[in-house]
Design a protein around this ligand. Structure first.
Ligand SMILES: Nc1ncnc2c1ncn2[C@@H]1O[C@H](COP(=O)(O)OP(=O)(O)OP(=O)(O)O)[C@@H](O)[C@H]1O
Ligand SMILES: [Mg+2]
Length: 409
């Protein structure tokens, strides 16, 4: 029988050991696997045999039971010690428990008391192990959850959609990640245009009510589309009025489901604060906040950072300065001084590559991967999902169009 409780008996008096072996011999669920005459022998045997329960005499000549228990709790932590003593004083009990004993029996004890103690400590240990397994499984689940990156800006037209789309595609095509891109600009979402996809019958406006009616989480698959780059895309509705069908709670639910099924979820947010945006920012692991070298964008970013601080998001905000090389009289250092923190990432301006890609419905990281703007997005993707080395390598190989951002900063 494999589920018998395996017991090691430790007592310096041979008669006591024999007596205990006999007592436990009648119990079908308990097996005495060995006996030891000293603390040192107990440690040696327990390390080798890994008993479930150790019956330990407190008074032994060479090493007392308390010292042996202390050592056992670090050597064989899975074994539960039941301390046996002729004295029942509080001090003995306290010292035994501090040493790691789980039960304390005062001699003479009855056979029932003995077996009840053994069963009890064994049961407790099993429950503890069971709990540890559940906790470990939960930690594993959480470690397997994907990252949610919200691409946000407190001002429109700064490049959120451009960055969200190219970031998602770069993470999939260059870094091999499983990615879903969500267009959360529900009224005037542009993701479909940049990827040349059609939102008819397959958008957030159909998915959210479906889930709210008790639909299966698997239905997210039915309402997302696969782009040729390999990413999955959940589009905004085809017409603005359909945005009303989308509730903030529904959006959160969708993103939670997607987080379980992807390594990266990129959300292209609307440029204003409402319950939906706040819900997304709440869930996000990273809030990529896009700004440009314009005074209005900088002012709004400063205001947003203050709000982010109050809402407890500040630690997850990463600032992306888009079109960072445009010479409009404001330098990166001026921006950083004005908003009181460093810019984390910069992306060059490249009207030709970006607008050409937009008009063709093919992301520039696919059609023009050598360009500086693509390299900047690759670097951003690598810093978010890891493994920056290959990207650095690519960046070195790529022809340097225009001046390097970091050279003039
Ligand atoms: N790095 C860049 N270089 C050149 N042009 C860019 C760059 N990034 C964005 N653009 C252009 O800026 C315009 C706005 O970009 P985009 O639509 O991505 O911004 P947005 O913040 O999503 O805007 P909206 O508030 O309308 O959703 C587009 O015409 C886009 O092509
Ligand atoms: Mg947009």
């Amino acid at each position: 029988m494999t589920d018998r409780i395996r017991v090691l008996i430790v007592d310096d008096i041979p008669e006591t050991r024999d007596h205990l072996v006999k007592l436990l011999g009648f119990e079908p669920d308990i097996e005495v696997i060995a006996t030891a005459a000293s603390g040192a022998e107990a440690i040696e045997l327990a390390t080798k045999l890994l008993p479930d329960v150790i019956l330990m005499d407190i008074n032994m000549p060479d090493m007392d039971g308390i010292t042996a228990t202390e050592r056992l709790s670090s050597h064989v932590p899975t074994a539960s010690v039941v301390m046996m003593s002729v004295q029942g004083e509080a001090d003995y009990l306290r010292r035994s428990m501090l040493a790691g004993a789980r039960e304390f029996l005062v001699k003479p004890f009855s056979s029932d008391e003995l077996t009840a103690s053994i069963r009890q400590v064994n049961e407790r240990e099993r429950e503890k192990v069971g709990r540890a397994v559940v906790v470990a499984a939960r930690a594993q689940e959480q470690a397997e959850e994907g990252q949610v990156v919200a691409v946000f800006s407190p001002k429109g037209g700064v490049g959120r959609t451009t960055i969200a789309v190219n970031l998602a595609v770069a993470a999939a095509s260059e870094l091999g990640k499983k990615v879903t891109l969500v267009d959360a600009s529900f009224q005037f979402g542009d993701v479909a245009v940049l990827l040349n996809l059609n939102p008819k019958d397959k958008s957030m406006a159909e998915l959210v009510p479906q889930l709210e009616d008790g639909g299966d989480p698997d239905s997210v698959e039915a309402y997302t589309q696969t782009h040729s780059s390999g990413i999955r895309v959940l589009l905004a509705p085809p017409s603005p009025e359909m945005a009303e069908l989308i509730t903030p709670a529904g959006v959160k639910h969708v993103i939670e489901i997607l987080r379980q099924r992807n390594e990266l979820v990129v959300v292209d947010c609307a440029a204003w604060f409402n319950d939906t945006t706040l819900g997304i920012l709440d869930l996000a692991d990273i809030v990529l906040t896009v700004l440009t070298l314009e005074i209005t964008s900088i002012k709004n970013t400063r205001l947003f950072l203050e709000v982010a601080e109050q809402l407890g998001y500040a630690h997850k905000v990463r600032l992306v300065l888009n079109r960072a090389d445009t010479t409009l009289g404001i330098r990166v250092a001026d921006v950083e001084h004005s908003i009181g923190r460093k810019v984390d990432h910069t992306i060059v301006s490249d009207g030709r590559a970006v607008v050409y890609a937009l008009n063709r419905g093919v992301p520039f990281v696919l059609s023009n991967r050598e360009s500086q703007v693509s390299q900047d997005v690759f670097r951003l993707a690598a810093s978010i999902v890891g493994s920056p080395e290959p990207i650095e390598e690519e960046a070195r190989k790529a022809p340097q169009k225009g001046k390097s951002l970091f050279a003039w900063r």
